[in-house]
Structure formats: C-alpha cells, structure tokens
Design a protein around this ligand. Structure first.
Ligand SMILES: C[S@@+](CC[C@H](N)C(=O)[O-])C[C@H]1O[C@@H](n2cnc3c(N)ncnc32)[C@H](O)[C@@H]1O
Length: 266
C-alpha cells in the first residue's frame, strides 16, 4: 500500500486557505443526518481524515466523544491544538484505508473530499470495508466527494493564485500580518480520472523576504455508479446522496456530493 505524504508544506496555512468553509452549518447537516437516519444520536463519532480537526472540534463542542484519524502528522498537530479544550478527544495518525480502533463507533464523518485522495478503486473499497468493520450495526457513514463534473469543468487544467494574509497575535494591539500567496496549477487526466494540483506557497517573513514551499497533491474522480458499487461490496446500504446541506437532489452540474450510508450487519 503506497503511503500518503502530502500536506507537510501547507498544514500551517490550511485553515486560513479554507476559512470560508462554514463547519458550523456542516455540523448542523451532520446532526440532521443523525436525526433523519438513526433512531438516536450517537455518542462516539470518528472523523476520518480529520485534517486540522475542523469537524472534530465542531462535533466535540456539541457533546460527542470524538476520535480523529489522519495520515498527516502536520495536520494532526493543528487538530491537537484545536481540540485541546476537549481532552477526551483521541487523535490518531493512521491510514484511512486500514485503520484500527479499540471498538466500534456510532457514526463516521469524512469531510472535504478526503476520499478523493484515494487514487485506486481498491483503496476506496479498503477504506469502506475498514469503516464498515468499525461501525455499530446500522451506524452511519457520512462523506462527501468532488464529482467528475467538477474535475472536468472547474479544476480542469486551470491555474489560479490565492492571495491572503496570515494574522498573528491575539489582540488588535499585538496583531501582526504577513502576506501569503498560493499558486495552483491543475492538470486533469480524464483517462485515469486523476487530477494533479501543483501548489506553490509564498509566505512573507518578518524581514520582508518570502519563503517558497511546493507540494503536489492528487485527487481522483469517482463516478456515482462506482461509489455505489464499492459501498455495496463493503456492506453499506446507500440511504441518500445530496447536493448540499439542505438535502437537495444532485444534478449533472453538482460539484460535491454528500453521501449517507448505513452499515448493514446481519
Ligand atoms: C482536504 S483535507 C480535509 C481535511 C478535513 N477533513 C477537513 O474537513 O478540513 C484531506 C485530508 O485527508 C488526509 N488524507 C489523505 N489521504 C489519507 C489517507 N490515506 N489516510 C488518512 N488521511 C489521509 C490528508 O492528510 C488531509 O488532512
């Protein structure tokens, strides 16, 4: 099994680059799924590929006992800081294709296209099988994936620059700002469904010079049929696929699909 190495260069600015994502509303959606598809809300939840712990923290703050798993030590160290006020939270550096827990959980979340990082069908199946193994009977698996439509039309082979500011310090008086620029160059290969993202990060240092770090990430597009087939193979029943957090139906132009699956154990 190949190992996952990305996210070393950008972990420290990851939250800043994703600041517009409203995890509070996303967690509302997660709880709506619990209420819609479970007889009662779970007590223990696993946030798979938790990254810097945005969803882990949201759910911990709502009273769930949380476990976070991620392959990247750099991302996990941010999650550790973020979840420090919830000392019961367990953070583990493991691979989502073959992780191990002490027991089962009532639900698993896996947010922000983390499953697209698995580049082979056998990797995705392995993740589904391991997740099924660690879910209670009828437990929920909630995940989202970028659609082939998004890879073809939004990512494509486009390049863009994101300009932002890092803000240090706690109060207005001791606040310091540093510019960051993140350049993205995408190259999508329709025959394999794999998109490469070449990221270059330029961070302003206190002396006014810039530090450059580079990283390549890869995601794979999976068709709806493929995800359904692999879920079934792993023992899941697909309860629904939605286009947003309001349970809207998916269309041909949906860029992110939200899947809700139930672990069937007989
Ligand atoms: C786009 S980030 C999403 C992080 C987090 N779920 C969020 O909502 O911010 C994708 C995450 O998947 C993790 N990841 C990718 N491949 C992995 C693997 N094979 N096992 C565990 N984590 C993995 C990365 O380290 C990264 O933290």
């Amino acid at each position: 099994m190949n190992t996952f190495e990305a996210y070393g260069a950008i972990a420290h600015v990851y939250d800043q680059l994703n600041a517009e994502i409203d995890y509070n509303s996303w967690a509302d959606f997660v709880e709506s799924c619990f209420d819609r598809f479970l007889p009662r809300r779970p007590t223990l939840v696993l946030d798979l590929a938790c990254g810097t712990g945005s969803m882990t923290e949201q759910l911990a703050s709502r009273g769930y006992d949380m476990i976070g798993i991620d392959a990247s030590a750099d991302m996990l160290s941010r999650a550790y800081e973020r979840c420090a006020r919830f000392p019961g939270t367990l953070l583990l550096q493991q691979d989502m294709r073959s992780f191990e827990l002490y027991g089962t959980v009532g639900a698993i979340t896996c947010c922000l296209d983390s499953l697209n990082y698995l580049l082979r069908e056998e990797d995705l199946l392995s993740c589904f099988r391991t997740s099924h193994n660690y879910l209670d009977p009828d437990g929920l698996f909630l995940f989202d994936m970028n659609t082939p439509y998004k890879f073809e039309t939004v990512y494509g082979s486009n390049a863009y620059i994101l300009e932002d500011e890092l803000i240090f310090g706690k109060g207005e008086d001791d606040e310091e700002r540093a510019a960051i620029y993140c350049g993205w160059q995408n190259s999508y290969h329709p025959e394999s469904g794999i998109c490469e993202f070449d990221l270059s990060l330029f961070e302003e240092l206190p002396d006014g010079t810039y530090r450059r770090s580079d990283e390549t990430q890869r995601e794979r597009a999976y068709s709806m049929e493929c995800v359904k087939r692999l879920l079934e193979q792993a023992g899941f029943f697909l309860l629904g696929v939605f286009a947003d957090w309001n349970f809207s139906p998916v269309t041909n132009a949906t860029e992110r699909r939200y899947f809700c699956a139930r672990a069937i154990k007989s």
